[in-house]
Design a protein around this ligand. Structure first.
Ligand code: RFL
Ligand code: PHB
Length: 392
């Protein structure tokens, strides 16, 4: 007999771990399967900006304690162009809402600790994961663990295995796929140096976009737009800093602190959505179903919105057999997915340079940036989307 659980969750990223935690609190069992090691998922440097709603959710599920202590709350951000900075007062424009800077790998660490402390089954280093029979009432997940082939029977499979996972490909022939690749990528670094700014700086420059973010009072996180075909070896540390200095430079003598790099990598920019996000008893959540370009800082936040809806839907089904929320899961998620896709595309288009300096596209970008920085209505549009819309 293979072991059984209510919900078989593929992937221990933010989506899979939060789903498991939410289900546990509703008395629904789950097993989480992850193909990488615990050390790998706890060290993977990715997102850093948590919306107010994400912070509230993490607090509500009992994993907010360290985030409250170590997370840094930001009430504004800077748009920098034509060598000048312009502050967007996020909180002032959104009735006091804010963002919190707290690394995704810290969120993942807190969630893994909570899952294991609650005695939940969370298997790392599994291989050959495959999903079966989700068109029936008895879905199964097969995998290998410690060299042994294994199978889990469950009521429902949650595909939380990210963009390169196995769950979406298992149903992709039934889905409509929207894919838009941008002609640029981000080169991201984590540097051991106090941030040169108190608030995030999004810079539009003739040589391309640059972003100054942070992780702590000692750690800076910075990105520059680069060619998606670039190899990281073409970017020695000195070249990266030189380019950053140029793109962030202002007329009022702002300076950029340099320090040793702890991490660097190149990430392509794409917008991707599949519809619907479900097939039979297989439900996709997070990056498995959609990717947004990182300029809006939305991927992790959107992933957690999906699993909140999925947990609510599963809770209704287990409590009273009501399938209405499960049936409407994809449609409910996609409303926010498309809002966030639009915002992320808009931020990306406004800030990245594709053609020549001062060409038609660049002039449109400046017109839009000037508008956002001079009109309360336009600034509010940016602010309310950036901190996260309450209702979509
Ligand atoms: P994840 O985090 O990719 O987790 C999926 C997990 O599934 C595992 N997996 C498998 N497990 C079992 N069997 C298989 N066959 C499997 N295949 C894969 C993987 O190892 C992994 O552990 O997806 P999830 O949970 O949906 O979370 C999504 C977020 O990780 C992602 O959207 C964000 O990181 C995006 N993102 C940002 N989001 C924000 O909200 N704010 C930000 O500031 C932000 N900045 C970023 C970002 C992503 C970036 N990169 C590197 C893509 C900055 C960057 C540079
Ligand atoms: C980050 O801190 O990693 C970060 C911040 C803002 C973004 C994307 C990434 O838009």
């Amino acid at each position: 007999m293979s072991p059984r659980t209510h919900v078989g969750i593929v992937g221990a990223g933010p989506a899979g771990l939060v789903l498991s935690q939410l289900l546990d609190r509703a008395g629904i069992e789950s097993i989480v399967l992850e193909d990488r090691s615990r050390e790998h998922v706890e060290k993977r440097v990715r997102a850093g900006v948590l919306e107010q709603g994400t912070v509230d959710l993490l607090e509500a599920i009992g994993v907010g304690e360290r985030m409250r202590r170590e997370g840094i709350v930001h009430h504004g951000l800077e748009l920098r162009f034509r060598r000048r900075g312009h502050r967007v007062p996020l909180s002032e424009l959104t009735g006091g809402r804010a963002i919190t800077i707290y690394g995704q790998q810290e969120v993942v660490k807190d969630l893994i600790d909570a899952r294991l402390a609650a005695g939940q089954v969370l298997l790392f280093d599994v291989d050959d994961v495959s999903v079966h029979d989700f068109d029936s009432d008895h879905p199964r997940i097969r995998f290998t663990h410690a060299g042994e082939p294994q199978e889990i029977g469950c009521d429902v499979i949650a595909g939380c295995d990210g963009f390169h996972g196995v769950c979406r490909p298992a149903i992709e022939k039934h889905l409509k796929v929207h894919n838009h690749e941008y002609p640029f990528a981000w080169l991201g670094i984590l540097a051991q140096v106090p941030p040169s700014t108190d608030e995030l700086i999004y810079a539009n420059h003739d040589r391309g976009f640059a972003l100054h973010s942070l992780r702590s009072p000692e750690l800076s996180r910075l990105y520059i737009q680069c060619d998606p075909r670039d190899d990281i070896s073409a970017w020695p540390d000195e070249r990266i800093w030189e380019e950053m200095h140029i793109r962030f430079e202002t007329d009022d003598g702002w300076t950029l602190n340099e320090g040793p790099l702890i991490e660097k990598g190149i990430t392509p920019m794409r917008s991707f959505v599949v519809e619907p996000m479900q097939r039979g008893r297989l439900y996709l959540a997070g990056d498995a179903a959609h990717i947004v370009p990182a300029t809006g800082a939305k991927g992790l936040n959107l992933a957690l919105h999906d699993v909140r809806l999925l947990a609510e839907a599963l809770t209704g089904w287990y409590r009273n057999g009501d399938t209405s929320l499960l049936d409407g899961y994809s449609a409910a998620c996609l409303r926010r997915v498309w809002r966030v896709q639009h915002f992320s595309w808009w931020m990306t288009s406004m800030l990245h340079r594709i053609g020549a300096p001062d060409d038609f596209e660049a002039q449109l970008q400046y017109a839009q940036l000037e508008y956002v920085c001079s009109s309360v209505a336009a600034a509010t549009t940016l602010a309310e989307n950036y901190v996260g819309l309450e209702k979509v």
